[in-house]
Design a protein around this ligand. Structure first.
Ligand SMILES: [Ca+2]
Length: 301
């Protein structure tokens, strides 16, 4: 057994003052999220955030069973089922049935089945739901939370996600039209990629010219990042061309620090000034035959 942490909860005998409750009673709202949502079998038009974790519920009890005349102990009730894609969470999962209550929003104990809740119940999702609950409460005022314009919440989340007026981050990943020269590259599932896939060079020498065009609407100073897999190329050189100016940044896998529940990390390619009418692009270059390319991110300074 692990001992209590010496450096935590020092004023409480090293015990946490609060127990971890993974799941408790939940709202039964205007919409109940179910396994069908997690599996992408439904169409949600009032999505206000995404969930993506597997449908996960741990053992409920330990029971004694008899097998071939012998008694044995078995764990019962464990469910572990992955989801194939991120899926939207309906705004109506945060709202009670309108005939029951019109001034309540529930971002954590939201309206979901036991199985769907095992997937939705992740902290990043709760953060998003909490932000939406705040926005919705402000929009509803003294009116009913069920009658607000959800498309307005969707617009704000897209255009001003941090509610500070700053330009949202711009992400370029495999499915983006800003990536050109993809013919010699395969989209492959990644065990450590950003999202579910990354681009892998398929060996055709004339096609080793993958380019990420910098979107023309980006004007000003941006810090640019590239996602690198912890098990990717030993060394990748990023060639950043803006107008006539060419800079290179090298990423050495051995010095890549990957922390937390991820198998890759964003690597800064520096701060670059983007001007109206001056195009730019980013190229991934490696001497290795299985060159990888993944997502690129632009963050306004
Ligand atoms: Ca990717």
């Amino acid at each position: 057994m692990w001992p209590l942490p010496k450096d935590e909860y020092v004023n409480n005998g090293h015990w946490t003052p609060q127990i971890y409750v993974r799941e408790a009673r939940r709202l039964v709202g205007e919409y109940v999220a179910t396994q069908a949502d997690c599996e992408g079998k439904t169409t949600i038009t009032d999505g206000i955030g995404y969930a993506a974790y597997g449908m996960d519920s741990h053992n409920c009890q330990r029971i004694v069973v008899e097998r071939e005349g012998k008694l044995m102990v078995k764990n019962e009730g464990d469910v572990q089922k992955g989801v194939s894609n991120p899926y939207p969470v309906s705004y109506r999962s945060l709202t009670p049935k309108r005939e029951e209550c019109v001034n309540l929003l529930v971002p954590v104990c939201l309206s979901a089945s036991h199985i769907a809740y095992g997937s939705i119940r992740m902290e990043p999702v709760f953060m998003g739901m909490g932000q939406v609950a705040g926005l919705a409460a402000a929009m509803a005022g003294k009116g009913a939370v069920q009658t607000i314009d959800v498309s307005e919440i969707q617009r704000i989340l897209k255009e001003d996600p941090f509610l500070d007026g700053k330009e949202p981050e711009t992400l370029i990943d495999e499915d983006s039209d800003f990536i050109v020269g993809k013919d010699g590259w395969d989209v492959v599932p990644g065990n450590g990629s950003y999202g579910r896939t990354y681009l892998k060079y398929n060996g055709n020498p004339i096609d080793n010219h993958l380019r990420y065009n910098i979107p023309a609407n980006l004007v000003g100073e941006y810090e640019v990042y590239a996602f690198q897999q912890g098990n990717g190329c030993k060394e990748t050189v990023f060639e950043i061309t803006i107008g006539d100016d060419v800079k290179t940044v090298s990423c050495d896998r051995a010095s890549l620090i990957v922390e937390g529940q991820t198998r890759g990390e964003w690597v800064s390619l520096g701060t670059h000034t983007l001007s109206k009418g001056i195009g730019g692009q980013i190229r991934f270059i490696s001497e290795e035959p299985d060159l990888h390319a993944d997502a690129v991110l632009f963050v306004k300074k």
